[in-house]
Design a protein around this ligand. Structure first.
Ligand code: FE2
Length: 331
């Protein structure tokens, strides 16, 4: 129930998930509803994802308001994920949120999706100044706050690590998302198969790994291949994170994004953090995967710091970079 505090509704629609979250300024989670696109086989098709979001938008929104015990008129601020993401999917969330904000004459804010992951992860884990490992289907970045900006210290130069797992899952005939099934198989693998390990400076390249692992799909067991694919790619991510820790001197690592739910990833990062005397925070699964709550929370932080946007400033931005956001709120 709303109790005199500012309340923000956030809508997420950058990729497979349409989510609606409602939060107040004390970060009381009033609702976090979502519905995600999945397939039995094959990957994500942007047009089908947009159709999915259109189909589920109304019920997800209604469920969120009902769960929160508030009416649409009780919402003080409307926020949506402005990017990065898939254009057709982003537009569904943008149009829905603009319509609601204009109809009810309330502030409208477009927010950066990775920064939303970071802020809700920090808040819920109690992490203050972490090096953030944002690992998902579309993104893989090592990020740290410095001088009013979340700086990207290293990132993928081609596909996200989650995309690597999902694409490889397609080779094995696993539907979307394949990551959780590959993560289970990681722990059943016994033999490490040599695969390309590609770290370029502080950046990562995963596509060669995918090509070689796919070529070996017929000559090795699924378990050994999943183990080797995950081991190699996560070790690459770990190496860059470790170097960024040495460079920044940060004492905390925060895992977020859908791939943060991977037990294989958590295990290897825990070992690396223990060896360096760094504290590891793992964002809870419901908030590590894409969700509306994180969009609402960042929208609220931005609103309270005085950010205002006209409708023309809320155009979706498929390539909205983490380090292009000026941090105006207290971190
Ligand atoms: Fe995400």
């Amino acid at each position: 129930m709303k109790g005199g505090k500012l309340v923000c509704l956030g809508i997420e629609s950058t990729a497979h998930t349409f989510g609606a979250g409602i939060v107040d300024e004390k970060c009381n989670i009033l609702a976090n509803e979502k519905h995600s696109y999945t397939t039995e086989s094959g990957g994500m098709i942007p047009r089908e994802i947009a159709d999915h979001h259109l189909q589920w938008a109304e019920s997800v929104l209604k469920n969120a308001l009902q769960k929160a015990g508030v009416g649409i008129k009780d919402i003080d601020v409307f926020a949506f994920a402005q990017g990065p993401g898939m254009g057709p999917a982003l537009k569904v969330g943008a149009v829905a949120t603009r319509t609601l904000a204009l109809l009810h004459n309330k502030p409208l804010l477009g927010v950066n999706h990775p920064v939303a992951h970071i802020e809700i992860g920090k808040k819920l884990c109690g992490s203050r100044d972490p090096l953030v490992v944002y690992a998902s289907g579309g993104n893989s970045q090592i990020i740290g706050y410095e001088s009013n900006c979340y700086r990207v210290f290293g990132e993928t130069l081609d596909i996200g690590i989650g995309n690597l797992f999902d694409s490889f899952g397609r080779e094995l005939g696993i539907g979307f998302p394949a990551g959780p099934k590959i993560d289970e198989m990681y722990f059943l693998g016994k033999t490490l198969i040599e695969l390309p390990y590609t770290v370029k400076g502080m950046d990562l390249v995963f596509s060669g790994l995918l090509t070689v692992a796919s070529k070996k799909a017929k000559s090795h067991s699924k378990e050994d291949l999943c183990y080797s694919l995950m081991h190699t790619s996560i070790a690459m991510l770990c190496e860059v994170t470790e170097r960024a820790l040495a460079h920044t001197g940060k004492k905390e690592v925060l895992l977020t994004g859908g791939v943060a739910c991977s037990k294989a990833l958590q295990k290897m990062f825990q070992e690396m953090c223990d060896a360096r005397g760094v504290k590891l925070f793992v964002t809870p699964p419901a908030v590590a995967i894409d969700n509306g709550l994180m969009i609402a929370w960042l929208g609220l932080l931005m609103h309270k710091s005085g950010v205002k946007m006209s409708v023309s400033e809320t155009r979706v931005n498929q390539k909205f970079r983490t380090d292009h956001v000026k941090v105006t709120w207290k971190v």
